[in-house]
Design a protein around this ligand. Structure first.
Ligand code: FNR
Length: 385
C-alpha cells in the first residue's frame, strides 16, 4: 500500500506495521497493562454525537486557531514522542518539517534523538519543548536555558511518568533501546529490509538532548537510558512545577491531566494550558480518556486555562467533538508516528493532510465555516457506559 493509497490514519498504521520490525511497531502501538485506557481513548468518542445544522452558507472554511500564543492553521498539535530514530531515519526533523508545512506546532521530547537546537535550526514554525523535572535540577535548568536561546515558544511539563508504565508488548517483542536483536525479535528484524538498510546508513540512536551528560561521566559509566531513568524524580510536587514555570516565563503547559482538582492546581501555578492526557494509555491503565474529561474541567475552570485534548484522536470528527465540548485544540502522537514509520517526512505530511481534510469536510457538514463557531449545541452525549 503506497502512501497515496492510505486513506485514513488506520491505513498508515497498517503500512507502518509492515515496514517496522515488530519491537518498534509495538513500542508505538502498545499501551500499559490490559490496554483498556488505550482502547478507551478512541472508543470514548463514540459516546458523543455531532448535531449538524443545514442550509447555512458554508462556502468557506476556516480552521485557524490560536493557542499557546501561536497561530496554527488548524486546531492540532504534534505531541512529544521520544526516540523517533527508532521508526525512521528522518526522525524528529521529518515530523517537525511536516508540521511546519501545515502551519502547526511541533513538540520535541526531552527523549528525542535530535537535539532541540537542530530542530530549531531546521524549522521556522512554533515549537514546544517537553521537559521533566529531573533529580538533577541543574539538568532541567540547563534545558530551559537552551530552549530560550533556541527560540522555543512553549514549555510542557509531563507529569504522568514518575514511574514507568507496564508495557507488556515491549517485553513480549524484545524491545530494546538501542535496538538489539534478541531470539524473539530476530525474524522480524531480518525481514525489515528497508529499516535495516537505513540502520546501516544512520545508526545514531542517542538521546541527543541529554547525551552530553552521560559523555561527561566518562567511559564505563552507566548507559544513557539508565542515566535518564535514574534521573526521574518521584518526589516532584506542584511547588516544583511552579518553580519551573517561574524559570520559563512563557507559555507553560502541564501534560498528563485527568481531573478537575489538578486543573485547578495548574491554574494556581499560572499554567497557560493543560494537555488532558494519559500519555496515550501508556502509563496508568484504568484512567479516563481525555475526551471524557474536557467538559467537566471546562465547567470548573472557565477560561482560566487553554485545554488541549491529547489521546485517541484518529479522525477529524474527533477533533470537532473535542472542540464542541470546550477544548481549544487537540494533539496527536501515534497518528503522526504511524506516518513517520510509513514514509518518513512524506508519511507525516500524509497523516496531517488526511486529518486536515477530514476536519474541514466534517466542519462544513456540521454547518459551520469556522472552528471558532463550535460549541455545546453541536454535540450530544449518549447515555451509555
Ligand atoms: C509518547 N508520549 C510521550 N509523551 C511525553 O510527554 N514524552 C515522551 O517522550 C513521549 N514519548 C512517546 C513515545 C511514543 C512512541 C508514544 C506513542 C507516545 C505520549 C504522547 O506525547 C501523547 O501523549 C500520546 O501519544 C497521545 O495519544 P495518541 O495520540 O498516541 O493516541
Amino acid at each position: 500500500m503506497s502512501l497515496k493509497r492510505c486513506y485514513n490514519i488506520d491505513d498508515l498504521r497498517i503500512r507502518a506495521k509492515k515496514k517496522l520490525p515488530a519491537p518498534m511497531f509495538h513500542y508505538i502501538d502498545g499501551g500499559a497493562d490490559d490496554e483498556w485506557t488505550l482502547r478507551r481513548n478512541t472508543s470514548a468518542f463514540e459516546q458523543y454525537q455531532l448535531l449538524p445544522r443545514y442550509l447555512n452558507d458554508i462556502s468557506r472554511v476556516d480552521l485557524s486557531t490560536r493557542v499557546l500564543d501561536s497561530d496554527l492553521r488548524m486546531p492540532l498539535l504534534l505531541s512529544p514522542t521520544g526516540m523517533s530514530r527508532l521508526f525512521h531515519h528522518h526522525k524528529e526533523l521529518g515530523a517537525a518539517r511536516a508540521a511546519d508545512k501545515h502551519g502547526l506546532l511541533y513538540s520535541l521530547s526531552t527523549m528525542a534523538t535530535t537535539s532541540l537546537e537542530d530542530v530549531a535550526a531546521a524549522t521556522t514554525g512554533p515549537k514546544m519543548f517537553q521537559i521533566y523535572i529531573f533529580k538533577d535540577r541543574e539538568l532541567t535548568r540547563e534545558l530551559v536555558q537552551r530552549c530560550k536561546k533556541a527560540g522555543y515558544k512553549a514549555l510542557c511539563l509531563t507529569v504522568d511518568t514518575a514511574v514507568a508504565g507496564n508495557r507488556e508488548r515491549d517485553h513480549r517483542h524484545g524491545m530494546t533501546m538501542p535496538p538489539r536483536i534478541t531470539p524473539s525479535s530476530f525474524f522480524s528484524y531480518a525481514t525489515s529490509f528497508e529499516w535495516l538498510f537505513n540502520l546501516l546508513r544512520d545508526p545514531d540512536f542517542r538521546l541527543a538532548n541529554v547525551a552530553h551528560r552521560v559523555d561527561a561521566l566518562g567511559n564505563g559509566a552507566m548507559g544513557l537510558i539508565e542515566y535518564v531513568n535514574s534521573q526521574f524524580d518521584r518526589s516532584v510536587t506542584w511547588e516544583d512545577a511552579a518553580w519551573l514555570a517561574e524559570q520559563w516565563q512563557g507559555p507553560f503547559v502541564i501534560k498528563g491531566m485527568s481531573t478537575v482538582e489538578d486543573a485547578k492546581l495548574a491554574v494556581s501555578i499560572g499554567a497557560t494550558a493543560a494537555m488532558l492526557s494519559n500519555h496515550g494509555g501508556r502509563q496508568l491503565d484504568g484512567c479516563p480518556s481525555p475526551i471524557e474529561t474536557v467538559a467537566p474541567i471546562r465547567d470548573a475552570i472557565g477560561n482560566q486555562l487553554e485545554l488541549i485534548v491529547d489521546g485517541g484522536i484518529r479522525r477529524g470528527t474527533h477533533v470537532l467533538k473535542a472542540l464542541a465540548l470546550g477544548a481549544n485544540a487537540c494533539s496527536i502522537g501515534r497518528p503522526y508516528l504511524y506516518g513517520l514509520a510509513a514514509g518518513g517526512e512524506a508519511g507525516v505530511d500524509r497523516a496531517l493532510t488526511l486529518l486536515h481534510d477530514e476536519i474541514a469536510r466534517s466542519l462544513n457538514l456540521l454547518g459551520c465555516t469556522s472552528v471558532s463557531e463550535l460549541g455545546p449545541q453541536h454535540v450530544r452525549q449518549l447515555n451509555v457506559a
